[in-house]
Design a binder for this molecule. Structure first.
Ligand SMILES: NC(=O)C1=CN([C@@H]2O[C@H](COP(=O)(O)OP(=O)(O)OC[C@H]3O[C@@H](n4cnc5c(N)ncnc54)[C@H](OP(=O)(O)O)[C@@H]3O)[C@@H](O)[C@H]2O)C=CC1
Length: 444
């Protein structure tokens, strides 16, 4: 009987546990925090959640739920973090997964041992270390916990006397009351945080190095991501893009009318920035828009357009680095956020090492993590097989080329997938590589 290790009991790790349990595959799951839910557990004592007090998911309930465990109809369309954490609790209880999860246990090292993997863990309370051997390791440690800071630092950054923090550590707007705040970036963290600080700060500025199409949570009364089930989503990409652009234009006008730069890229060429509140705050004049900062001095930030502002606090909403602190970089190198995985799951030259939830979807990660886990379970059970290394490397190159063609060049797009297309891709891979079993010989 094969034994498997799952690293992390966030939304992807518990999806993996559920699938392994359903298939009867023996596993241990290790979780740094005291509870399940990872990023979605506000104030998670793992220290790794980037959730803020007001956080609500920006994909609808229908898009984010696990196929095996629909969200309650009592939930709102866009639930908040507390409801989502309760959903994960209910998922774990429903499938009886909790006893298989060792909480407050950090995975400190994962290394190959023969054709198996040695996993060393350290318990946070007792400090005791344990090493065990597994046939396979499913890494589900998340990719929104290690802050990415601008590199290199801006000239004058060392002299700046204000505070410089990252969105990862932002919880509530109160510490910014009465301050002059600069929020850097135009992703979902930046928009949510700028909207919040603009309500309490003396002044909030939002600075970005490129424009972004701002998508509302609802288009004409329908949750925007429900469009992924519409005729539009089945059209060729160019038509999808133009259709979406037209719908956005009709529903909210031109971004320039709110003072935002017009994006130089197509709507579907970037990870979506979704906000109902940003445009309204801009319309109220409560957020000032700035281009990228160029330099700083003790009290001021100077921007690319030659303007400058006195600033007390900079919040870097500059995204996250992919990181596996327990894996040596000679094994897997996640620098530039590109670990190079076959179908974003399999390390081609490290048999038995799999990555679950390491995708940035147009859609939500949870159902994708579930589908990835089914594929990995098929591989573990011998129902599917992997192609040779050359074919895997070719797929990785093709994915990189496709992604580079479609998306704006940015480290936030290196693991980007289109949720529906990706689910189809995994299903096709499972069909294509299914091991045909010979029918049992008839009794003689
Ligand atoms: N409500 C929700 O459900 C929320 C979900 N999220 C999700 O969490 C993930 C992380 O989001 P987020 O934290 O916004 O990070 P993202 O990586 O999505 O966005 C980072 C932003 O910072 C910019 N940036 C990065 N480096 C620099 C730099 N050196 N100088 C200037 N700008 C820079 C990026 O610009 P560029 O494009 O040029 O690289 C981009 O605008 C996403 O998947 C997001 O959807 C986040 C918040 C809320």
């Amino acid at each position: 009987m094969r034994k498997v290790c799952v690293i992390g009991a966030g939304s992807s790790g518990i999806a993996a546990c559920q699938v392994l349990a359903e298939r009867g595959i023996d596993y241990d799951c290790f979780e740094l925090g005291s509870d399940v839910g990872g990023n979605w557990r506000y104030m998670n004592d793992s220290g790794q959640s980037s959730a803020y007090r007001s956080l609500h998911i920006n994909t609808s309930r229908r898009t984010m739920q696990y196929a095996s465990f629909p969200m309650s109809d009592d939930y709102p369309v866009y639930p908040g973090h507390a409801q989502i954490a309760r959903y994960f609790d209910a998922f774990v209880e429903h499938f009886g997964l909790r006893p298989s999860i060792s909480f407050r246990t950090e995975v400190v090292d994962v290394c190959p041992r023969g054709d198996q993997w040695s996993v060393t863990t350290r318990h946070r309370d007792t400090e005791s270390s344990t090493s065990q051997t597994y046939d396979a390791v499913l890494v589900a440690n998340g990719h929104h916990w290690k802050p990415r800071w601008p590199q290199p630092e801006l000239p004058g950054a060392a002299a700046f006397r204000g505070t410089r923090t990252h969105a990862h550590d932002y919880r509530t707007p109160e510490p910014f009351t009465g301050k002059r705040v600069l929020v850097l970036g135009i992703g979902n963290s930046a928009c949510d945080i700028a909207v919040e600080t603009s309500r309490v700060s003396q002044r909030t500025f939002l600075a970005m190095r490129r424009g972004a199409h701002i998508l509302p949570k609802y288009l004409f009364g329908t949750p925007t991501d429900h469009l992924t089930n519409s005729w539009l989503a089945r059209a060729p990409l160019g038509i999808q893009d133009r259709g979406l652009q037209l719908l956005l234009r009709l529903s909210r006008g031109r971004l320039a009318d709110y003072g935002l730069p017009t994006p130089a890229h197509r709507v579907l060429a970037a990870h979506p920035t979704i906000s109902d509140d940003l445009l309204s705050r801009l319309g109220h004049g409560d957020i000032g828009v700035k281009p990228a900062p160029r330099s700083m001095d003790e009290t001021r930030v100077h921007f690319d357009d030659g303007s400058s502002e006195e600033i007390d606090a900079i919040i870097h909403c500059t995204g996250y680095d992919v990181s596996f602190p327990f894996l040596k970089s000679e094994l897997i190198d996640p620098s530039d956020n590109d670990p190079g995985l076959y179908h974003r799951v399999v390390a081609p030259d490290l048999p038995g090492l799999y990555f679950i939830g390491l995708v940035q979807p147009l859609g939500a990660i949870m159902p994708l993590a579930e589908a990835q886990s089914h594929w990995v379970a098929d591989l573990l059970e011998g129902r599917c097989e992997l192609p040779g290394q050359a074919r895997m490397l070719k797929e990785i190159s093709a994915y990189r080329a496709r992604t580079a063609r479609r998306y704006v060049a940015s480290t936030r797009h290196t693991i980007q997938v289109d949720a529906r297309a990706y689910l189809r891709e995994l299903a096709k891979e499972r069909r294509r590589t299914a091991v045909r079993r010979r029918p049992a010989a008839p009794p003689s």
